[in-house]
Design a protein around this ligand. Sequence first.
Ligand code: KG4
Ligand code: ZN
Length: 333
Amino acid sequence: MIVLGIESSCDETAAAVLADGRRVLSNVVASQDDVHRPYGGVVPELASRRHLEVIVPVVERALAEAGVRLSDLDGVAVTQGPGLVGSLLVGTSMAKSLAYVQGVPLVGVNHLEGHIYAAFLTDDPPAFPFLALVVSGGHTALYHARAPHVYALVGQTRDDAAGEAFDKVAKLLGLGFPGGPIVQRTAERGDPTAIAFPPVRFTDGARDFSFSGVKTAVSLYVKRHAPLSDTQVADVAASFQAAVVRALVRRTLEAARDLDVHRVVLTGGVAANGPLRAALAAQAAAQGLTLHVPPPRLCTDNAAMITAAGDARLAAGQRAPLTLNAAPDLVLA
Ligand code: KG4
Ligand code: ZN
């Protein structure tokens, strides 16, 4: 089965072709970083305009690199939500048109399920049940994946997503956009113990996350110590990153213990973070858990993960009507 997948939920225009849901024949990602960099964050209207400009060439390139013609397709998968409505509309319109013209089935994919399915594109796909930590620019959530397409939400952020915190801290430190990779690089020169950012505990004992406190603490530190030296900038980056990693790892391992789950998937843009991957790998192993982490290029937004999730739903007999609409607030569980 040859499936084309399209992703345009935020600021990446992406298309991929997969064979049998696992073999990535092509995975094209057109980043819009240059468009949004001057603003230090994603500007929704500019994002949808750029999607419109590049969606056709991106799909054509994905087909060409895969050596596949439109007439070879057995299905089309597309991110339906969550995301920016204007951005989602570009992808869904393109996918619906292609499915209609080719007369092949269409399926809508939840972007977060796509992130989870990135783990199925590795040599070591997870067996169900497993716990999935999805950490991205828009979401930070723990899902208990009990069986294919059966998810329970175990915990989520009550304010900022982890990636959003990375992006805001990068902006506060004057490091640029997107923040995650730059904060990670800057942190390599810093001392992660230089500044104590206290851990968050909820009085109701929920397995939730919160990153607005540490972001505010960084903001206060920057104001109090301005102008920061290079060493101070590196120390803030390292201490902030360490605090975020600690919180993500602790809650995930607690949830795995509570639910008696033995496999953990780490995915989403922030899962590209080296220290997070290393800390979770070490501590999961110490707790006897098997960790599944896709390579960084499959953790950040891409269409191969959407195609993998879509292929699984098509194989399960799911079909979307051509009235499929963008769903900016789509939930997974
Ligand atoms: O999954 P993703 O590509 O898009 C969303 O679905 O949001 O995630 C993007 C987020 C951004 O906030 C970016 O700063 C963060 O992932 N990110 C990282 C790293 N690479 C990307 N955060 C920390 N360390 C990284 N190496
Ligand atoms: Zn994403």
